[in-house]
Design a protein around this ligand. Structure first.
Ligand code: PHE
Length: 334
């Protein structure tokens, strides 16, 4: 019996040398019906002396196999006996960790900044919590003026308000900086409005201001034309029509030929071929005065547009509320 086990031990050693600690070897000897398993099971019926000797040898073989299987676990290529641990296919393509990305409005804002910066404009910021003076009075909108109704306002308990447009930064900037100047002011503005597919109470507005000795409407038209063509990457046309803003005179609304239908007429442009995207005009003398500049010395133009509308046109988005919905199905498309 003893020699039996000794030759079994040699046999196992040979196999382990050839195959490594494969599960094939494991099952053959230590599986439920394996040779060693059976020997170990039969020990209890043997006389004590034999049991000790045989048990010692059988356990040595068992340990040897287990050790080999343990250390060969992650190396085995034995396709027939793959376990979860052993199944490691190095040819499977890796999973890309999701990295997150910028919000479509941030991307658009950077694009706008880049275009204007290339035309010599500086990017300027201003407070979102604003004084009534800057948001209205300094912009030639006195307290009792009906034009205030154009901007539904969130008034705060601290006596300030949430700016309804970026135009107050015109005054703030001209107070501290002498012309000639060229700035854009991108930033959030707030309107006390009910929301629907085309209205939000928070918008990303971009203000533009250029002041010099002689600045004309033609000059504005050239800059805004260039901007829209570069932003939409299309040969869009720009149209100015007379409008009214208390802080500009004359004032215009700025439309571009519809980028969806190319000006032929479609639901986006309400069949007119044009979409209104911005307000603009020549800086009102009172605004210069309220900023500490002598009106007769300077000329300037200003514009303001909501970035959402531009992005909606560019990517054919039909609901402004999507931007702040946090809906990843929407956001992941950018
Ligand atoms: N501030 C205006 C608005 O929010 C837009 C505008 C800016 C108009 C500058 C003229 C000049 O509606």
């Amino acid at each position: 019996m003893k020699t039996d086990l000794n030759s079994l031990k040699n046999q196992v050693k040979e196999e382990l040398k050839k195959e490594g600690g494969s599960l094939g070897v494991y099952r053959k000897y230590l599986g439920p019906k394996g040779e060693i398993t059976q020997i170990l099971r039969s020990l209890k019926d043997l006389p004590e002396k034999e049991r000790k000797e045989k048990g010692k040898l059988a356990n040595e073989i068992k340990n040897e196999i287990e050790k080999a299987v343990e250390s060969g676990k992650y190396k085995t290529r034995d396709a027939k006996y793959k376990t979860q641990d052993a199944h490691f296919d190095i040819t499977v393509p890796g999973k890309k960790p999701s990295l997150g990305h910028l919000h479509p409005l941030t991307l658009a804002r950077r694009e706008v900044e880049e275009i204007f910066e290339s035309m010599g404009f500086s990017v300027i910021g201003g407070p979102e919590m604003e004084k009534e003076w800057y948001n209205f009075d300094a912009l030639n909108i006195p307290k009792d003026h009906p034009a205030r109704d154009q901007w539904d306002t969130f008034y705060l308990k601290n006596g300030l308000l949430l700016r309804t447009h970026t135009s107050p930064v015109q005054v703030r900037y001209m107070e501290k900086n002498n012309p000639p100047l060229r700035i854009i002011v991108p930033g959030p503005v707030f309107r006390h409005e009910a929301t629907d597919i085309s209205h939000e109470f928070e918008l990303m507005q971009v203000e533009g201001l250029m002041v010099d000795k002689t600045v004309s409407v033609a000059n504005f038209k050239a800059v805004i034309d260039e901007f829209f063509r570069r932003f939409f990457k299309k040969d869009v046309k720009t149209r100015l029509r007379q409008d009214f803003f208390p802080f500009t005179e004359p004032s215009f609304d700025v439309s571009i030929s519809c980028v969806v239908c190319g000006g032929k007429g479609c639901p986006t442009c309400k069949k007119s071929g044009w979409v209104e995207l911005a307000g603009a005009g020549m800086v009102h003398p009172n605004v210069f005065k309220n900023s500490g500049l002598i009106p007769k010395d300077w000329q300037g133009w200003a514009f303001g547009f909501g970035l959402e509308r531009l992005v909606m046109m560019k990517y054919k988005i039909n609901d402004v509320r999507l931007f702040r919905s946090g809906d990843l199905r929407f956001l992941n498309q950018f």
